[in-house]
Design a protein. Structure first.
Length: 99
């Protein structure tokens, strides 16, 4: 009879080219094989124009995309229970980009 399965120890390291950045824009593209999350910064250049400069694209398998969806939802719920509801600007809803 075998005992309970032991979870492996997880060690997280950062590569030499690891970097962190601030993104206030993300565009999502999908295909049968993967999802692409393109992160960038969005600035309003004139009252009529918005500029988005993408600086990083991350490809995820459909399984990793769904796992990210779940863990992000859990973290947003925890954030809101700690700090209060996150309000979205109704005008910004049209700026959501899923391609």
């Amino acid at each position: 009879m075998s005992g309970p399965t032991q979870q492996p120890e997880i060690r997280i390291t950062q590569t030499n080219d690891y970097r962190e950045g601030y993104a206030n824009s993300v565009q999502i593209r999908m295909s049968v094989w993967d999802f692409l999350l393109a992160f960038g910064t969005m600035t309003q250049t004139t009252p009529e124009a918005v500029s988005i400069q993408n600086f990083q694209g991350i490809y995820l398998s459909p399984q990793q995309a769904k796992a990210l969806w779940n863990v992000l939802g859990q973290n947003v719920a925890h954030y809101e229970s700690t700090f209060g509801e996150i309000k979205l600007d109704p005008k910004a809803a049209g700026q959501l980009s899923i391609q």
